[in-house]
Design a binder for this molecule. Structure first.
Ligand code: ATP
Length: 358
């Protein structure tokens, strides 16, 4: 039996806006699940329904197999970390972390032991006497996490906890959150719009768009087996390249090249005359002409050196795409080049439904 079950969950706000449609998910104890998607897709609304901060309009929410729709936030044994740290500015780090336990009237000795243990996990031992204003953003976020994990609840909800941090701090805190999860083993649901955070932290990712779940899977599944154009374009940086076209004589054309879809599709005649979307990842190409691959000619428009690799912006016919190459192989701007997309690295999607064609 799953630890958390969401069955056909819907959210319709009082103004009639349908923010979440038929959300179904089972989460196992100890799992780290990330909800990801663009702004407004319903991630926070879903998280807030799980927290009990928002009513569930339709559907059933089960905790450990028991209906929990009607339970208030406190009765759900859930701790939540928000984007704003919401620390008490006049209290020390120690008191901020201890706050929940102090309210519950827990014995001072027990509180001290748990605060010290929490501070150790979070690397805050040397900061316990400081006020929040004397901490960096990352340290404040750790205090906020400490306040949540000290309660030893089974479920930990995080809503964009890293969004107030700079790029470097985000990477450090991401690593720390993964470590905390390993140490505490708490079931975690984490909301972000950042696909890198989702990919690096999650056991499983739920990709959402416009209130609908697009796909649920491991980072590996989402990257290699995207269910549709949206997921394929959302996961991966730079995003997957897409070429839309009509199938003619089993091919779609890209630049001066006709892509023979029979290399990907056994029943290509079924798609004759139909719109399809051909996709390939910037990093899945090889420079030069290689066998067992689509070979394309293109013109280099711009290069972006990122360190170990370089993004190469190209045009082929009327299409634009990005290739990711080893920086040592960076081509000249305005040069013409040939590159290959191995057949197994090419994706095809139905042009109307945008679902992957297997
Ligand atoms: P973000 O990353 O921007 O926080 P999100 O995916 O978390 O986005 P939600 O905050 O869940 O999105 O909002 C989903 C949709 O519901 C949005 O279109 C939002 O405008 C709408 N919404 C949120 N709260 C309310 C409300 N109280 N009344 C009506 N509509 C709302």
């Amino acid at each position: 039996m799953a630890y958390i079950t969401l069955k056909n969950i819907n959210k319709i706000y009082p103004n009639g806006f349908h923010a979440v449609h038929n959300f179904n998910l089972e989460i196992e104890k100890g799992e780290f699940v990330v909800f990801v998607g663009p702004s407004g897709c319903g991630k926070s609304t879903t998280l807030r329904m799980i927290a009990g901060l928002e009513d569930i309009s339709n559907g059933e929410f089960l905790l450990d197999g028991k209906r929990a729709n009607e339970l208030g936030p406190r009765e759900r044994e859930i701790a939540m970390v928000f984007q704003s740290y919401a620390l008490y500015p006049q209290m020390t780090v120690y008191d901020n972390i201890a706050f929940g336990l102090t309210l519950q009237g827990v014995d001072e000795d027990v509180i001290e032991e748990r605060v010290k243990n929490t501070a150790r996990i979070l690397g805050l031992t040397d900061y316990l006497d400081r006020l929040p204003r004397a901490l960096s953003g990352g340290q404040r976020q750790r205090v906020a996490i400490g306040r949540a994990i000290i309660r030893k609840v089974g479920i930990f909800l995080m809503d964009e906890p890293l969004s107030n941090l700079d790029a470097k701090q985000r990477v450090t805190m991401r690593y720390e959150i993964a470590q905390i999860h390993r140490e505490t083993g708490a079931t975690t649901i984490y909301v972000t719009h950042d696909q890198t955070e989702a990919m690096t932290l999650a056991d499983r990712i739920v990709v959402m768009k416009d209130g609908y779940v697009q796909q649920i899977g491991t980072p590996y599944e989402l990257y290699f087996k995207p269910a549709n154009v949206f997921v394929a374009g959302f996961i991966g940086e730079p995003p997957m390249n897409f070429v839309r076209g009509q199938v003619k004589n089993g091919c779609i054309t890209f630049g001066d090249t006709a892509l023979d879809l029979s290399k990907k599709l056994e029943n290509v005649q079924k798609y004759e005359g139909k719109q399809v979307v051909f996709g390939f990842r910037p990093e899945a190409i090889r420079l030069g002409a290689h066998p067992e691959a689509y070979q394309l000619n293109c013109k280099v428009e711009l290069t972006e050196m990122l360190g170990d690799n370089t993004n190469v912006y190209i045009t082929a016919g009327d299409q634009q795409a990005i290739l990711k190459v080893d920086s040592h192989d960076t081509p000249e701007v305005d040069s013409l080049l040939t590159f290959s997309i191995p057949y197994e690295s090419a994706y095809l999607f139905d042009g109307n439904t945008e679902n992957v064609i297997d």
